[in-house]
Design a protein around this ligand. Structure first.
Ligand SMILES: [Zn+2]
Length: 170
């Protein structure tokens, strides 16, 4: 740290103490050349979270983008938009690492939606998990239905075009 008075390229720390509830470190310094004293404040620079996409490309995490995905999945469902906003905008704080894969964001979002609403969960899953077949997708829907409703009888109509059309709407 250069002395602000004479420009000497070094200074001696006399005292170091946290202030502002520890987010800032205050250092009292003395210039060994001109002997004048000054104070420096050290604050952590919050680095934006980096998202590693499937393609390997990296981009800065955007909570609005996550919120858009969640909102789309929650469309016309009895979900308080504030709950989605809270999740999207506090997401970055829950990640300790500097980087996260888009897949991991998807998985965490799925875990969140699973607790919230089964339909929103499935909609989100269909996009983020990229079911490798329609069968897998239907299987996942069935598992959820089995959790929230009495088991469907075997006489239920088999999957047909009508069901596919319904799935297309989610
Ligand atoms: Zn000086």
């Amino acid at each position: 740290m250069n002395c602000p008075f004479c420009g000497y390229p070094d200074s001696r720390v006399l005292d170091s103490r946290p202030s502002d509830e520890g987010s800032v470190i205050r250092r009292r310094r003395e210039c060994p050349s001109c002997k004048r004293r000054f104070t420096t404040y050290e604050r952590a620079q919050v680095e934006p979270l980096v998202v590693i996409k499937r393609s390997g490309r990296k981009e800065t995490f955007d909570p609005n983008k996550l919120l858009r995905g969640l909102t789309l999945a929650a469309r016309k469902r009895p979900i308080d938009p504030a709950v989605l906003q809270e999740f999207a905008f506090s997401f970055e704080d829950t990640v300790k690492e500097m980087e996260i894969t888009s897949e991991e964001i998807g998985l965490r979002s799925l875990a969140f939606l699973k607790e919230l609403d089964p339909v929103a969960y499935i909609r989100f899953a269909s996009v983020y998990r990229e079911f490798d077949s329609l069968e897998n997708f239907i299987e996942e829907v069935r598992k959820l239905e089995g959790q929230s409703a009495p088991k469907a009888s075997e006489t239920e109509e088999p999957a047909n075009l009508d069901d596919e059309a319904k799935l297309g709407t989610v």
